[in-house]
Write a protein that binds this ligand. Structure first.
Ligand SMILES: [Fe+2]
Ligand SMILES: [Fe+2]
Length: 166
């Protein structure tokens, strides 16, 4: 049986929180470890943002018009994270601004994930029901297979550009 969309997305969030904690625990001078964790964080975020942008958000917006404002705010929060991820992807972990930029990225993502989980995922669960959420879960898994893994891949760049000019 397919995984429920909200369960699937919350699992991604959990993994992200774990990576954030590892990054924060790595210590001031652990640049090699932080570079490795930073890459992993950027990869996970790139995939997660892609599957939400491509599948979850458009479907929710269409099926539950009351949540439109939450969706639009979420696109903007994703966009801020995209910009930070693109910058971090070309930075060395020992660069002066690397830790500060990672910290701002993690603060933003934590805030965003909290809003998803507390403010509007519960309305999505109520509004869509089990069967639809399982269908969405399947679509999310399918999107994950073709998702970009780096913010510099064309399919990831495209959504960052669309966010500015659309
Ligand atoms: Fe999101
Ligand atoms: Fe999310």
């Amino acid at each position: 049986m397919a995984t429920d969309a909200i369960v699937l997305l919350k699992n991604d969030h959990k993994e992200m929180r774990r990576l954030f904690r590892d990054f924060e625990k790595a210590g001031e001078d652990a640049t090699a470890a932080k570079g490795r964790l930073g890459k992993k964080i950027i990869e996970e975020l790139t995939v997660h943002t892609y599957i939400e942008n491509e599948v979850m958000y458009p479907e929710v917006r269409k099926l539950l018009p009351d949540l439109e404002d939450d969706i639009l705010e979420s696109y903007e929060e994703h966009h801020v994270a995209d910009v930070l991820c693109m910058e971090l992807a070309v930075m060395d972990a020992d660069a002066e601004r690397y830790d500060a930029k990672m910290t701002v990225l993690m603060e933003n993502v934590r805030h965003h994930v909290e809003e998803e989980e507390q403010d509007w995922f519960p309305d999505v669960r109520k509004g869509l029901g089990r069967k639809k959420l399982q269908e969405l879960g399947e679509a999310l898994e399918a999107a994950r297979k073709k998702a970009p893994r780096s913010p510099m891949q064309p399919s990831a760049m495209k959504k960052a550009v669309d966010a500015v000019i659309a």
